[in-house]
Design a protein around this ligand. Sequence first.
Ligand SMILES: Cc1cc2nc3c(=O)[nH]c(=O)nc-3n(C[C@H](O)[C@H](O)[C@H](O)COP(=O)(O)OP(=O)(O)OC[C@H]3O[C@@H](n4cnc5c(N)ncnc54)[C@H](O)[C@@H]3O)c2cc1C
Length: 508
Amino acid sequence: MEARMDSPPTEGSFEYDVVVMGGALSGAATATLLLRQNPGIRILILEKSAKLSRRVGEATVEVSAYFMGRVLGLTQYLNESHLAKQGLRFWFTNGEVKTLAEASELGPLYQVRVPSYQLDRAAFDEEVLRRAGIAGAEILRPATVIDVQLQPGKEQTVTFRNGDGTRTVRSRWIVDASGVAAILARKQGWWKSNIEHPTAAAWSRWKGVKDWDSRELADKYPSWSRAVYATRNTATNHVIGDGWWSWWIPLKGGDVSVGVVFDQRLVDWPQEGGKLGERLKAFLMKHPVAREILVDAQFDEEDVHWRKNLAYYSTTFAGDGFVLVGDAAAFMDPFYSPGMDWISFTTSRAAALIGAQRRGEAMSALVERHNRDLARSHRCWFEAVYKDKYEYMGEFDLMSTALIFDLCLYYLGVVSRIFRYGENALLVPPFSARGIGPIFRFMRTYNRRFAEIARRRRKRRMLGKTNRAHRCLIPGFKLHSANPKLFAQGFAKWARVELGELFSASMS
Ligand SMILES: Cc1cc2nc3c(=O)[nH]c(=O)nc-3n(C[C@H](O)[C@H](O)[C@H](O)COP(=O)(O)OP(=O)(O)OC[C@H]3O[C@@H](n4cnc5c(N)ncnc54)[C@H](O)[C@@H]3O)c2cc1C
């Protein structure tokens, strides 16, 4: 351990050791980790809203579920107050698909093996914040941060509006957990839109969405109903089209979160046809699967949202005295729900960085490593999984092959490490470790190749040929093994795709 060379301001000269800007999941989780790892640390959380509202980020995946359940210690609460999730399920279409039962389906055959949850974020984030308060954080709300002054290695100041007045506090550290507001990145000029990935989204919460496992659907489509042993309704269902996908996430109590994400290069979002909620419903109703499930549903007029150009990142993630977590640091894409995995890694790293400074470790090398690891993780994660994925995600054969590879490698490289090494593995964000290059390049290769195939099919008007009457049902992923049978299945599917492409090229 190296000793600090400069003379740090003494702890007593600040009102707080850490000021956290934003009290939703990222902010409250960072505070919780810091309080656990640094007894007596003085933390102030400033949260703009008096009551947290529903927000996107309702589906967890294996890493974020581990973080919430086993690291934050919320397993019992999650099981009692939210829903156990049954994996990811996808529904494809083409001009010939007329009913739900005809749509090609991709998803788990059985219930999943590793826990994950469907969350009502309004309730969940309130609970995480409440527990951070019980653990010792001071929470001020509604309190809106209006200015921040950074002095690396010295005193940070945060000015906020609280009630009728304005107040300034000093602290050794600032944690930016302000979500898309990204207070620090925008103020410091570090915020960059990811122009390679121009996605947009519209969403709402709905009442009256049909239960995928209902008696009605089982009577109407008996063999469709019997084809899968898992509960379909508590999966994140994805109704998917060319250049777009939609999420269908059931929430405890009966509401369902349904939203569309699309690549603006591929989809012309309807600008006319009523209010946003009406256009969202009309857009979805063109898909035969959505038509079946959404026909009687009504969106909540007060809870309809739109966001453009979803993907962005900060070019700086930390300095000596400040650190960015969750959406305040970057956002990639909601497909596969990586948002709360990113929160799990960035909050764990933030707590480790602050802890190291408090133990007197030299900051410059640690800060440099923090910035390098998170920048590399974000960039490689994007290139390996998301870049141009919207080109091919609506193609059953391509997407089912990619999903098998994507999930086998997620289990092998990320999920199994967390179950093997525990929360320490959350200090190593995906793609940041040495030796990961070949896996990254393999993922980038098939992702690029499938995008290229889809582009060619689009040009030849040959999209969606396997989107009717096919089923790819995955028995499940295992930990501590490379899921070799599934991997082999992935390669066999890829080979079939390539042969099909050769054949259709020779015919044209
Ligand atoms: C369309 C879409 C779908 C998504 N679906 C998923 C999914 O299924 N699964 C998943 O894991 N992720 C998903 N995500 C990502 C997920 O929503 C985010 O990663 C996550 O909610 C970010 O949490 P956060 O705590 O970082 O930020 P937020 O939840 O945005 O919280 C930021 C907090 O900061 C507060 N704040 C802002 N400005 C100030 C200020 N000036 N002063 C004080 N407080 C302030 C806000 O009030 C807010 O409470 C999705 C994202 C999008 C866009």
